[in-house]
Write a protein that binds this ligand. Structure first.
Ligand code: OAD
Length: 237
């Protein structure tokens, strides 16, 4: 039996699609006539904060209507049972990895269930709605509260930690992500440069498919458990 190589996994909207959460680019990518990119950016928030709050309030509320699926559960099992290191990075702002039992999840694009105040920079977990009148629980001022989400034009979170994991990666897998948004779309090249074997799991080809060594094509709820079983079987799990 070979030593367990460090595994780095990147997930995108496709892993949550079968739980009932819409992806960004599969259909027309519009929300009530707005391009998602036009709602998810700092300019939109300055121009029309009520609209941006409504967009994220609906998404936050929608989390209670969905459940993790077999792909989320399989990755949680991998994290618990694999004898080596498993780093799980997600671009998703939902909490389905956590609810499936993943103890450590790097949310590089932020989280719907977290908010922060632009006036005092402090943040916390949040269940209800936000609006332009919401008072910050830390500085008691209104007008600064926003979803703790990385918008277009903002810097993704945890990039140093992600860079270190990609440097060490022996296996890199990208699951349910279209490869259109950087820096995440570049992780496959960074991992390959570190000598990692690279795998793409997706139900279709992506903008970066040609950069991967191997592909598992099909729904995440089918292909991710197959991949995880295959890895854990090698270690007698
Ligand atoms: P996309 O909507 O761009 O891509 C979803 C990918 O999942 C596509 O490649 C689909 O083919 C694939 N897919 C859909 N259903 C699937 C299924 N059941 N099984 C397997 N694959 C499936 O979503 P992301 O790549 O995650 O950023 O988008 C990246 C970022 O763009 C998001 O994090 C968000 C967005 O703008 C921010 O909000 C900053």
């Amino acid at each position: 039996m070979s030593a367990p190589l460090p595994i780095v996994i990147l997930t995108g909207a496709g892993i949550s699609a079968e739980s009932g959460l819409a992806t960004f680019r599969d259909k027309d990518g519009l929300w009530e006539g707005h391009r998602v990119e036009d709602v998810a950016c700092p300019d939109a928030f300055r121009r029309n904060p009520a609209l941006v709050h409504r967009f994220y309030n609906l998404r936050r509320a929608g989390l209670s209507e969905v459940e993790p699926n077999a792909a989320h559960f399989a990755l949680a099992r991998l994290q618990h049972e694999y004898p080596g290191e498993v780093t799980l990075i997600t671009q998703n702002v939902d909490d389905l990895h956590e609810r499936a039992g993943s103890a450590s999840v790097i949310h590089m694009h932020g989280e719907l269930r977290k908010v922060r105040c632009d006036l005092c920079w402090r943040g916390r977990e949040w269940e209800g709605d936000l609006d332009t009148e919401t008072v910050c629980p830390f500085c008691n001022r209104a007008g600064g509260m926003r979803p703790d989400i990385v918008w277009f034009g903002e810097i993704p979170k945890f990039m140093e930690r992600i860079g270190r994991a990609l440097d060490r990666a022996g296996i890199f897998a990208a699951i349910g992500t279209s490869g259109h948004v950087y820096p995440a779309a570049g992780f496959v090249s960074m991992a390959a440069a570190s000598g990692a074997e690279t795998l793409e799991i997706n139900n279709a080809g992506t903008a970066v498919s040609s950069h991967f060594d191997r592909h598992l094509t099909g729904p995440a709820t089918v292909q991710v458990p197959v991949w995880v079983d295959d890895i854990l079987n090698r270690f007698g799990k």
